[in-house]
Design a protein around this ligand. Sequence first.
Ligand code: PMV
Length: 359
Amino acid sequence: MNTDQFIAKSTLKFVETASFTWQTPSNIALVKYWGKSNPQIPKNASISFTLNNCHTITRVDFIRKEKSDEVVFNLFFEGKQKDEFKPKIAEFFKRVQSYCPYILEYEMTINSENSFPHSSGIASSASGLSAIAMCLMSLEKELNPNLSVDKIHKKASFLARLGSGSASRSIEGPLVVWGNHPEIEGSSDLFGIQFPYKVHPFFENYQDVILLVDKGEKQVSSTIGHNLMHKHPFAENRFLQANENLSKMSKILQEGNSKDFINLVESEALTLHAMMLTSNPYFILMKPNTLEIINKVWEYRQENSSNICFTLDAGANVHVLFPENEKENILQFIDNQLSKYCQKNHYICDTVGFGAKRL
Ligand code: PMV
């Protein structure tokens, strides 16, 4: 795999100071990524809806300094210095510095905030790392004005991936594929691409209401979960199935078959959790209220001939997906019947979005 294409040019026109602010979203996978090899190479291709309202806003200030061996940075989260978040970001910079060696010649100050409450159980690594990646690429563009927008997006996704796999799908929207797949033109294990085919209008402005069932820290991190796929007895079949499911999903998205969409999305969510249930050691991230909500969603769908469906991330929260024309009724249903299963009745209304925005 040719990663050399992502090494910054050595002849850069350095500036003394620079500052960039980016807003980048979270995303929710329809066909899930679970299992990887080093360095963050997925075992199967995945596809996600880019979200809109769940996002991170990050400003990075760069001040030129003598070149050092290690990246120098300060980190503020919601206005407060956050040294406990530093090791993860330091590890990210270590992984990207061979592709962005210019960061060794700057002191960086990162100011970050999320639109969703901290420890809401919504993973902030996808939006957080993609935002830093976009700030780095804005600096690189300043130092090398010839960089094209396409190259900036690809490299930002490539960098974000090195921090968190799913972050590679948070640069563009509304649908992003990450992972090499024979039927998706231009797809790659190294970065996410926009779904390259025309999407049926049924999926336009699709809605995602995130029901916050459990806001606590996950008992098993996604890093540990991914690693457990190495010796998992069903892993190879799962990777094959996921790639087949992506072929099916590609057709569904182009043709607009809502029944097939529902079936595939829910099956993917339950399969992800089935992999967790059958890992060794095994673990369960769903909570009793996760199952209550799933059953209510099924009941509502049946009784109202609705296109509502659910998906799950690596956690207990439930993403409720539906087309825009059902918004009024479903929001009422959520408020009346599902919010009681959420911590403090909290849920977040989101829609599919279009990716990173410079502020
Ligand atoms: O990006 P990571 O390493 O946090 O893994 C995320 C994996 C899932 O969210 C469970 C699935 C996915 O494809 O986003």
